[in-house]
Design a protein around this ligand. Structure first.
Ligand code: C5P
Length: 254
């Protein structure tokens, strides 16, 4: 495994990115939050709530304002052609970081990956597209996996099998819990993106998240990038919370 020394810690992945989940209802609130965090090395995630309200114009406004990566988290999950067509629209509108559900299956992910390759060849994009497969939601524990989805494997084994399928299909990486990152690094290698939501700072209230970990633990396990929402957006002082999170990473370069 390649290692990159960053101060006190040893990471398998250089320059991780932190995406702040802008799970707020309006463009005004999102842009206010983005402005207040502008001095920090952060990127942004627009999920379903904000996207369905404000759409691509807001994504483009955040890109223009910050010059940072905006992850459009719509978790595409449909028949292969529909997913590939949706991806083409995203790319043509300058969205270079988005995701689908691995549970859409191999053919869906292959068709998506192929379309992303062809469309990117014909466009000048601001960055190389990153398309991730969502494995098992971090809000699901093993009991829910068994009870609701009839999956008899451990969550780690199931996540690894979904990630291998995403890699075979040609996706850039997966969204997973930090708890599965070490197993995924071993299974999928160092060049596969492992982005982890379900980041929590302490043993307090995790809201609906179940498979959680702290930012530093997630990165030391081998996560490439983190998604952090409510620990920042619901904090009494979101800017201070974000600064504390960055400080908790010590000398890791973001
Ligand atoms: O507020 P919190 O830190 O839990 O936010 C996590 C964000 O990551 C949410 O926007 C959620 O939609 C997203 N997400 C997730 N689990 C996944 C994929 C995405 O929590 N597996």
């Amino acid at each position: 495994m390649r290692v990159f020394k960053r101060g006190f810690s040893i990471l398998s992945q250089p320059n991780p990115r932190i995406f702040v989940a802008l799970d707020v209802p309006t463009a005004e609130e999102a842009l206010q939050l983005v402005s207040s965090l502008q001095h920090l090395p952060l990127h942004y995630k627009v999920g379903m709530q904000l996207f369905y309200q404000e759409g691509l114009p807001l994504v483009q406004a955040i890109q223009a304002k910050t010059g940072k990566t905006v992850f459009v988290d719509l978790k595409l999950h449909d028949i292969p052609t529909t997913v590939a067509n949706a991806a083409e629209v995203l790319l043509k509108n300058g969205v270079c970081f988005f995701n689908c559900h691995c549970m859409g299956g191999l053919e869906m992910m292959q068709t998506l990956a192929k379309r992303v390759r062809t469309v990117s060849e014909s466009l000048t994009l601001p960055e190389k597209p990153t398309v991730l497969g969502v494995t098992v939601l971090t809000s699901m524990d093993e009991a829910a996996l068994k009870r609701d989805l009839q999956v008899g494997q451990t969550s780690e084994d199931y996540v690894v099998s979904l990630a291998r399928m995403a890699q075979d299909a040609g996706l850039s990486g997966v969204v997973c819990s930090a708890r599965e990152v070490a197993a995924l690094r071993a299974a999928c290698g160092n060049d596969f993106v492992l982005l982890t939501p379900g980041i929590r700072l302490d043993s307090g209230d995790h809201q609906d998240q179940k498979r959680v970990m702290t930012p530093i633990q997630a990165l030391q396990n081998g996560a490439s990038d983190l998604v952090i929402g409510r620990p920042i957006t619901h904090a009494a002082d979101p800017v201070l919370a974000a600064e504390d999170i960055i400080a908790s990473l010590g000398a890791i370069e973001l």
